[in-house]
Design a protein around this ligand. Structure first.
Ligand SMILES: *[C@@H]1O[C@H](CO)[C@@H](O)[C@H](O)[C@H]1NC(C)=O
Ligand SMILES: *[C@@H]1O[C@H](CO)[C@@H](O)[C@H](O)[C@H]1NC(C)=O
Length: 199
């Protein structure tokens, strides 16, 4: 139940952060990006998110956290989703993510559905952004407009993930400087740190 209280407060601030920082950082994003190329994309994503939350309530918070951990490492580019291979080390196994972030199966399911409807059109980074917003809305939080048109990264950085995503042991000055590096205020920091600890 602690989750419900903290979630609604934190998500309010996360709304402002997503709207003001992550979106503005990508000036060319538009909420209508898929209007002609994949008109059903937003409906498909929303339906899949709702189905996933009905199956397990906690997944809504997990999807929001996926977006958060994606955005803190070189921007909201879907890099978090890349699996390690023999020649490539991604962010999934970085300390703050390993055995901690979850919801990849939901994102895979959504991606499969949008690919079926409009092959090669909708980015995974946009799916993460929309899934985060739709989760918050379905769980009773505020809504916000999601600018769309992110391109998926073909690279990832485990070292940046190790250092840019805060640890539960981070002290106050480390917290403040890390959020400040993302152009997030002290108020944003308090809300998002609370989210990090509780999810
Ligand atoms: C990141 O953290 C993991 C887990 O502690 C560690 O094994 C790895 O060497 C670190 N990688 C980089 C590139 O910092
Ligand atoms: C806070 O953590 C940073 C980085 O781990 C460290 O360099 C700094 O000395 C710590 N500050 C305090 C006041 O403990």
């Amino acid at each position: 139940m602690i989750f419900l209280f903290t979630a609604s407060y934190d998500l309010f601030w996360f709304t402002l952060i997503v709207a003001n920082v992550f979106t503005l950082a990508h000036g060319k994003l538009s909420p209508n990006h898929y209007l002609s190329t994949c008109p059903k994309a937003l409906f498909i994503i929303n339906s899949a998110v709702i189905a996933a939350i009905k199956k397990e309530t906690r997944i809504g918070a997990s999807l929001l956290r996926l977006h958060f951990h994606d955005c803190f490492v070189n921007g909201c580019d879907g890099s978090l989703l890349l699996d390690d291979t023999p020649n490539f080390i991604g962010e999934k196994t970085a300390t703050p993510n390993y055995n901690s972030i979850r919801g990849f199966d939901v994102v895979d399911d959504i991606k499969a559905r949008v690919e079926k409807a409009c092959p090669g059109v909708v980015s995974c980074a946009d799916i993460l952004a929309l899934a985060a917003r739709d989760s918050v809305v379905y769980l009773g939080g505020p809504s916000w407009t999601v600018g769309l048109g992110r391109r998926d990264s073909t690279t990832a950085s485990r070292s940046v993930a190790n250092t840019s995503i805060l640890a539960p042991t981070s002290n106050l000055s480390a917290l403040v400087s890390s959020f400040s590096a993302q152009e997030l205020s002290l108020k944003d920091m308090v809300a998002l740190s609370g989210m990090l600890y509780n999810f």
